[in-house]
Write a protein that binds this ligand. Sequence first.
Ligand code: PLP
Length: 396
Amino acid sequence: MISTKMKEMVEQSAALSAMFTEGKRLAEIYGAENVYDFGIGNPNVPAPETVRSAAMDLLQHTDVLQLHSYTDSSGIPAVRKAIADNLNRRFGKAYTEQNLIMTVGAAGGLNVICKTLLDAGEEILTFAPYFGEYDNYAKNVGAVLRAVPPNPPDFLPDLNRMAEMITQRTKVVLINSPNNPTGVIYDAETIAKLADVLEQKEKEFGTSIYLISDEPYRELAYDGRQVPDVTTYYHNAIVVYSYSKSLSLPGDRIGYLLIPSTVDAFEDVIMGAGIANRVLGFVNAPALQQMIVARCCEEVTDVAFYNGNRDLLYQALREYGYECAKPQGAFYLFVRALEEDDVAFCERAKQYRLLLTPGSAFGCKGYVRISYCVARKTIEQALPSFLALAESYQKK
Ligand code: PLP
């Protein structure tokens, strides 16, 4: 008999697994090239060549014992220093290795910081639509995840509603920009206002409210947009970063937590996060991947490819009558479903061999997410299916 909590998670994961199974089933019937899978966020741009050469060089020239050792649970100091230097250059900061904890991707970082900060029953406030795994991360530590309702059409955070929903028990406010699934970037003005509200609420309740900024898509910003640095606006901000999307290394499981010295109980948070990395069973982020990203953290992400995908898909979908905002970052389009029931809409899309993700998986019914980190050819070939799907609703 598995635990009650896990039983719930198994049931909730069933819909996701069904989607994968259905994808495979359709691929067997029609051939993989005739099924258009816009369901997952697995980057289609190859990792930069420097990643491969760094890996080869490290494997050939590093002492074998050192290469495969456990590292500090916070990560290798020289790696953390290299990343701190990179951030200092880019954002005019003065971080040291003390401010960084290497993690098993953003997922590892989020779990580590939740374990570090939250007691059972304390609240995490986030904004719908949100990455569905947040529910599980909250459950892992017995915290309560509450979501501020979606704010269409621009999907910027509804700060008045946030202010109403913050309570004495709110320990964490969790944001994600550039956003999965909407592609929205929270601009500097929004972050500044959000920070003001949090500061007021900290005073009102006499509590610490940590702003956790989940930023795996930080480098994926279009049209010259800048993603504001949240730590400049709020003293209690912590950044969760990952190389999964920026360097196309999702399977390598590498990222970091940036914990500025200004956060409340800084020493405890840093110590706690190192220990959380260990006791959650990560022990340390993968040693070889740490060494690779230290050498490759200056690499610039190939945004042009995704930008091309974005333009092609967005323009075509608008022409066909779909409603959606042009994404400013990440690699997702969040489109209004052509019927109220987004799950039924995704079911109908399958008849056109399109695999989409219902907005309800992100706490936002009536929309679907289209993940465009796919080959250009997939989009080109899928366009007639998107058109036929839209027309099937006009005929009704
Ligand atoms: N946060 C968001 C918003 C994501 O979209 C993802 C992955 O898609 C993650 C976290 C987890 O990323 P990682 O692969 O670095 O664990």
